[in-house]
Write a protein that binds this ligand. Sequence first.
Ligand SMILES: Cc1cc2nc3c(=O)[nH]c(=O)nc-3n(C[C@H](O)[C@H](O)[C@H](O)COP(=O)(O)O)c2cc1C
Length: 326
Amino acid sequence: MNERSEPRICLAPLRGLTGAIFRNTYAEFFDGIDWAVTPFLTTIAGTRLKASQLKEVLPENNRLMPIVPQILSKTADRFITLSKALFDLGHGTVNWNLGCPFAKVAKKMRGSGLLPHPDLIDAFLEAVFKKIPNQLSIKTRLGRRQPDEFFKLIPVFNRYPIKEIIIHPRTGEQMYTGRVDLDVFEQCLASLRADVIYNGDVNEVRDFKALQARFPALSTWMIGRGVLANPYLPVMIKGRGAPGGIDCLDRFRRFHDTLFERYAAVRHGPVHLADSMKGYWGYFAGAFCDGAHLLKQIRKVHGAAQYQEVVQRFFDGADPECCFTF
Ligand SMILES: Cc1cc2nc3c(=O)[nH]c(=O)nc-3n(C[C@H](O)[C@H](O)[C@H](O)COP(=O)(O)O)c2cc1C
């Protein structure tokens, strides 16, 4: 029998959300993610890693989920220096961010701002491949303004031994909304030499199944917002049982409480702590029938004590049959 092997799932980098604290806590309570790309590290502050960034990628802080550190840079020399430092820490692969959509970043020709410039990308890769000891993975979009910008990048990418290309098939200008362009993605997939990983809008098992049916050759899928909205999604995709009922709610609550405690240990002040947690609820709330109402309440709280009051009251009264019913 020709059984398809289990899909591999990679956690997408979501700056401010999927840092080491989240990744470790996730891996303690849930299953199904094979590895993660970290939110981007920058090289602008100099050529050495800032202490806060170093903490995020230290092997001892990432024992539960393998990571590939991501770098946002347009300067080959700085990228090389940082890659070497990461190699010395044990990171055999680094990821180059070619997708960041924010105008502030793109205007400085970083992230998706580089996509309309195949010549600059070529020069960067030429310089970097000569000097880095790591393997190089790339995370990209289809273009800055137009999805067909990617076609000019294909011959450039094909000249280098890139380990894998993770494609989020939107343009930078689309940010995180609007249609993903699966037709252009399909053409890219057919023409790229490197392994390709699909990323974008896998929020439910049926999204995954539809994509897998259309792109059966893909073995790895990167998921971001879908994992935050339903942390059981990776195991559900892998067909290892759908969640439901009281255990499911209880596990999520313990996960939440651990995440809160760990942020409490590192955030300076109750307002920062509440703000860190509020960021997650924009996604978490979708798993609960009355999530929209809860989200409104959470967004209004000031400080950690009030945050805990609202959230714990919600958990105490939550109906296990009315959450994670995907
Ligand atoms: C809040 C937020 C932060 C993000 N931070 C990063 C980042 O640091 N590096 C990166 O390559 N992509 C970043 N992304 C993009 C995601 O990795 C991913 O490509 C995008 O969310 C689409 O995948 P999804 O639909 O599975 O979430 C970010 C997205 C969001 C919403």
